[in-house]
Design a protein around this ligand. Structure first.
Ligand SMILES: NC(=O)c1ccc[n+]([C@@H]2O[C@H](COP(=O)([O-])OP(=O)(O)OC[C@H]3O[C@@H](n4cnc5c(N)ncnc54)[C@H](O)[C@@H]3O)[C@@H](O)[C@H]2O)c1
Length: 326
């Protein structure tokens, strides 16, 4: 199969592309290498994807451009004629979405509509869409289940992800596209986005700098190791062949406080963190915790990574690749 991955030079996209290539698929990547974080990291990710392609005698074709450009997207679909799409390209991050909501609306809503339109026009029938745990907002009932209400987002980012899920349902309903909307819960591991806390704290602590901690350390996240996410995406992609629409949580079903996360990085680095206490940030949810029973039953998803082991793997990767962050 040829699988088109939008955002394929990013953190989750590049790992997903490598796994699909190892499984004997060809991939096509759309990415605009924007500077939300250092584009050299994205080029590096893409070079790993291309190496995996050549090691496995498969192809990984890069289409450099913007998902907001409908004409560009249409031409990519014509050139690579994908069998399925994994749509990960997005403006990600909660706090920056408050600063620049229009960027999030155009990338995440208009961009997603462009992908769905191109699929409808070219008859591509299978899609995985990257949604987010942030759609659950500050829901009180935990763990978060796919059947819970997600009508109360508290950031523009969350609202655009919920909008993406709604657009996906519309295109499933109109054109019979099989679609899995995947609600990722904070993903970490080698090549994690540098703006996310685990990466940022590791970088600052190694540089002997203090870390900014928002709130009193009791906020909680269900941190999901990259290999578990990729396994979930691959399983969900297979599931899309039945032509249905559904939503799946991809998390670890394990919620970890911010204080515990910092402790785990301290142990992995053998270094104490110096903390600068900051106020809680608007838009940040108090907790996330994934109920993964549906993903287990329907997809056979089985997250495996122990949190401290995952952190230790990330820190080891970071130490070996620190040159990438200079
Ligand atoms: N990492 C997480 O913890 C997490 C959690 C929930 C949801 N998600 C979602 O998963 C997806 C991937 O996240 P990631 O952490 O790998 O992020 P990432 O920023 O590393 O990857 C996204 C990629 O998309 C590209 N991109 C952005 N805007 C684009 C545009 N307009 N046109 C073309 N390419 C564009 C970027 O250059 C980047 O390479 C995103 O949709 C994100 O919202 C991530």
């Amino acid at each position: 199969m040829t699988i088109l991955i939008t955002g394929g030079a990013g953190f989750i996209g590049s790992h997903t592309a490598q796994k699909l290539l190892e499984n004997g698929n060809d991939v096509a990547v759309i990415d605009n290498f924007n500077n939300y974080y250092d584009p050299r990291l994205k080029r590096y990710n893409m070079s790993l994807v291309q190496k995996t392609a050549s090691d496995n005698r498969q192809t990984a074709e890069l289409f450099e451009g913007d998902i907001r450009d409908a004409g560009f997207i249409g031409s990519v679909f014509e050139k690579c004629a994908p069998d399925a799409v994994i749509h990960l390209a997005a403006s990600a991050g909660v706090r920056p979405s408050i600063e620049d909501p229009m960027l999030y609306v155009t990338t995440n809503v208009v961009g997603t509509a462009n992908i769905l339109e191109a699929m409808a026009k070219s008859g591509v029938k299978r899609l995985c869409f990257a949604s987010s745990s942030s759609v659950y907002g500050n829901n009180k009932k935990v763990p978060f289940s796919e059947s819970d209400s997600v009508d109360n987002p508290i950031s523009p980012y969350a609202a655009t992800k919920k909008s993406g899920e709604l657009l996906c349902h519309t295109y499933y309903s109109l054109y019979g596209i099989g679609i899995a909307c995947l609600r990722f819960f904070t993903v970490y591991g080698p090549r994690q986005r540098p703006d996310l806390a685990i990466n940022k704290f590791t970088r600052l602590m190694l540089a002997g700098k203090p870390i900014p901690v928002f709130g009193d350390g009791t906020t909680r996240r269900d941190y999901t190791y990259i290999d578990d996410i990729v396994d979930g995406i691959v399983r969900a992609l297979d599931w899309t062949k039945n032509g249905r629409y559904d939503i799946f949580n991809l998390g670890e079903n394990n919620t970890v406080t911010l204080s515990r996360m910092i402790g785990s990085i301290e142990r992995a680095l053998g270094k104490r963190a110096e903390i600068i206490a900051m106020d809680e940030q608007p838009g940040d949810v108090k907790q996330t915790w994934a109920d993964v029973e549906k993903s287990r039953k329907v997809l056979g998803y089985e997250p495996r990574m122990d949190f401290d082991e995952g952190i230790s793997r990330f820190v080891q990767w970071y130490r070996e690749n620190i040159v990438l962050f200079d």
